[in-house]
Structures are given as C-alpha cells and as structure tokens.
Write a protein that binds this ligand. Structure first.
Ligand SMILES: [Zn+2]
Length: 116
C-alpha cells in the first residue's frame, strides 16, 4: 500500500437541473436530482478540471484505486454534447455533478475491512 492522498485531479461534469417543458419529474428525481432520463432534465452541461477534488472515502466492501490511465468514451461525450435546445444528448441514468471517465486502470491503494 502507498500513502493515500487527500486530493486528486478530476474532470467534473456539471449542468443545470432544468426539466424540459412538458417533462414532469417525479418526487425521487426532485429530491435526489438522479434521473433515468438525463436528456430531459440536464441543461447546459459543462466539464471543468478540478485540481483539488477530495479523494473519496471507501466503504468496508470497496477499494480505492489510484488511476493511472482512464478512457473517455462515447457516453461521456454525449453527456457534454447538447441538442439545439441546450439539453444533454445522453438519455440515460445521471446524477450531477459527477466525475466523468471510466474504463480505467491503476493501483489499489486502500482496501475496505471486508474486502478479501
Ligand atoms: Zn464507456
């Protein structure tokens, strides 16, 4: 194991929660800003690079991976792209803000107490 840093660099996706005219959100969506219909509620998405984003705290069944390489795939790009009205193109499950990028590799630097 290596010393776990407290801050990391991250590409953070943000957008305005602004349901499209005609789309009625449910109570859970309004409470959590988590939706299965990203393209119907997220307006003007943008990515910013954050130099000092807090490193997540892991749970007992999780590991912390120090990312060495990370892909940016089509779903990430569709979360940034917008239609003519300014809404996110990605139609699926989203909750913002979120650190984008996946399909990564790296080094396990911390292991939860229940991980075998
Ligand atoms: Zn992907």
């Amino acid at each position: 194991m290596v010393n776990t840093p407290t801050k990391m660099m991250a590409a953070l996706l943000e957008a305005e929660w602004k349901p499209r005219p005609g789309y009625r959100t449910n109570d859970v969506e309004e409470k959590t800003h988590r939706t299965y219909f990203g393209g119907r509620v997220w307006y003007r998405p943008k990515v910013k690079i954050v130099e000092d984003y807090p490193v997540p705290k892991i749970g007992s069944k999780e590991v912390l991976v120090k990312v060495k390489a990370c892909g940016i795939c089509g779903s990430d790009l569709h979360m940034i792209e917008t239609d003519k009205d300014g809404y996110m193109l990605y139609p699926g499950l989203t909750r913002l803000p979120v650190v984008i990028g996946h399909e990564f590799s790296g080094q396990v630097v911390e292991v939860g107490s229940e991980v075998k």
